[in-house]
Design a protein around this ligand. Structure first.
Ligand code: SF4
Length: 245
């Protein structure tokens, strides 16, 4: 994989070479993406959550295997910075196929009229109901007809992800789940984003290592558990929205 593919022609001469260890990891991820495309073709899709890991995967897919389709779940409660990144990605890589899925308007309207706009703070049950409507139902539509999906999950991210493998059967959704960055550290992800000069969510520079919906995400202190700012009022063991069981 050449760094030149990621840089504007005028900045190629000043670019520093990529660290060989990082280059080897990037090549490995590129191979994973290419072999996934060879195996699954159009039955493969990338769930782009516009977080740091997905910023890296977006760049690698766009430059190395742009045939892999991508989708974003817009819950209707995403931070402005996330939506800004979505438009940046679209304009930088017009060659990619990126589809946005929204919640079912009628179901959401019924829920909000019954429970209020911020019901998720009242109980875990209501929080899961909100995630179900805003994320899980649109995810089902996004995965329809697919045989494998790519995610930006990493083992290190939380206690709920420490058994993650590169490729595993996703029984909940009935297809294979591929996590090409499963064995990456957070530091390596950032080293790659900076080396390849990829666009990323501006909230990452404001203390948000992990970003979800605006009302359910807050900044954390440096060195804190990266996912401790997600659903911070719940126990660490329950801090998943159900997209990844
Ligand atoms: S993260 Fe919060 S706002 Fe977003 S879908 Fe889940 S409960 Fe609803």
């Amino acid at each position: 994989m050449s760094l030149d593919a990621f840089l504007e022609p005028e900045s190629r001469q000043e670019a520093k070479p990529i660290d060989p260890a990082l280059q080897a990891k990037l090549d490995q991820v590129t191979e994973r993406l290419q072999s996934a495309w060879q195996k699954y073709g159009e039955a493969l899709t990338f769930a782009n959550s516009l977080g740091a890991e997905d910023a890296l995967l977006t760049g690698l897919i766009a430059e190395q295997q742009p045939e892999i389709a991508q989708f974003v779940l817009d819950t209707g409660r995403l931070p402005e910075e996330t939506l800004t990144l979505l438009d940046q990605v679209r304009s930088r890589w017009p060659q990619i196929s990126l589809q946005v899925f929204y919640p079912d308007a009628e179901q959401l309207q019924d829920f909000v009229n019954r429970e209020g706009v911020n019901a998720f703070y009242r109980s875990q049950e209501l929080r899961k109901a909100c995630c179900g409507l805003r994320k899980l139902e649109p995810l089902k539509r996004a995965l329809q007809g697919k045989k494998a999906w790519i995610t930006g999950l990493r083992r290190e991210q939380s206690v709920t992800r420490d058994q993650l493998q590169y490729s595993q059967w996703d029984a909940g959704n009935g297809l294979q789940k591929l996590s090409p960055l499963y064995d990456w550290s957070e530091a390596e992800v950032w080293q790659a984003i900076k080396a390849l000069k990829l666009p990323y969510n501006a909230l990452h520079d404001q203390g948000y290592p992990s970003i979800g919906c605006a009302p359910c995400t807050r900044a954390v202190q440096p060195g804190a558990d990266p996912r401790s700012g997600r659903w911070w009022w719940e126990n660490p063991e329950t801090r998943e929205c159900g997209l990844h069981k």
